[in-house]
Design a protein around this ligand. Structure first.
Ligand code: FPP
Length: 251
């Protein structure tokens, strides 16, 4: 069945965030090292980006490496960083050709220098592209981001460029790593785990959640389309009643 034709182009999510999980289990099932799962996860990223660009989703955000992931065995962390450097190097020309902008959020200072360099090159090359904004979260955790945002605001208060009564949701939004992005409409997590794992906690207040048992290396455009079709069946109320939502949309 061609799932794409069941997608309503009028009701597309603008921003889809993805927690790519299950690489290790996928590799284990095949009697291989965990990194084999990460390597095969790159193809899933590629197919998801293509599918999103084709149907007209504007923003994709991938959770590629969490603050907590630094605690994994040294060899896995190092190999994952190498993989990211290579994936960024290999994919950027194609992304650029297709009008995709690449950006990153997280504690980028903590990344190995080569990884940072490749990332900066790719972000510079693609900075004017607007068809699809792909954001990779690297050495990211939502609590780290909220602590940082709080610190930035506290500094402004301490040097008297801001007063406490000026603190509101817009100010918090602007202090987050995701200041340039709208909040996600849809969050997809693979591998059957029903958790958020410290990802975009501030931003997902009204995000629709979609969990699939598929391990990330097996995730392909059909799974992405299925998640969007499921999202389109839901009624988003943002805490209001349906009739109030209809009025605010002029329906
Ligand atoms: C989680 O699976 C996955 C990761 C920590 C890494 C994801 C990274 C990639 C797929 C590399 C490519 C990414 C980009 C954006 C180019 P896990 O290891 O926690 O799996 P498990 O829960 O089965 O152990």
């Amino acid at each position: 069945m061609d799932l794409k034709q069941h997608i309503n182009e009028e009701k597309l999510p603008d921003h889809v965030a993805l927690i790519m999980d299950g690489n290790g289990r996928w590799a284990k099932q095949r009697g291989k090292e965990r990194i084999f799962g990460h390597e095969n996860g790159v193809e899933a990223v590629r197919d998801t980006v293509k599918a999103a660009a084709e149907i007209g989703v504007s923003y994709l955000t991938f959770f590629a490496f969490s603050t907590e992931n630094w605690c994994r065995p040294h060899l896995e962390v190092e190999t994952l960083m190498d993989l990211l450097v290579h994936a960024i190097g290999n994919e950027t020309p194609e992304l650029h050709k297709n009008g995709v902008r690449l950006q990153a959020i997280g504690d980028l200072e903590s990344l190995p220098e080569l990884c940072r360099e490749k990332l900066n090159e790719a972000m510079k090359l693609t900075e004017k592209n607007t068809k699809l904004i792909v954001t990779v979260a690297l050495s990211y955790s939502a609590r780290w981001e909220i602590v940082n945002a709080t610190r930035k605001i506290a500094e402004k208060i301490a040097n008297k460029t801001l007063s406490p009564d000026q603190i509101d949701e817009d100010l918090l939004h602007a202090a987050m790593e995701t200041a340039s992005l709208p909040d996600p409409d849809l969050l997809i997590r693979t591998s059957g785990e029903l958790r958020i794992s410290n990802f975009l906690l501030w931003q997902i207040a009204y995000t629709e959640l979609y969990f699939t048992p598929v391990y990330w290396p097996d995730f392909r455009r059909e799974h992405f389309y299925q998640a969007i079709i499921d999202y389109q069946r839901r009624e988003r109320r943002f805490g209001k009643l349906n009739k109030q939502v209809a009025v605010s949309k002029n329906l």
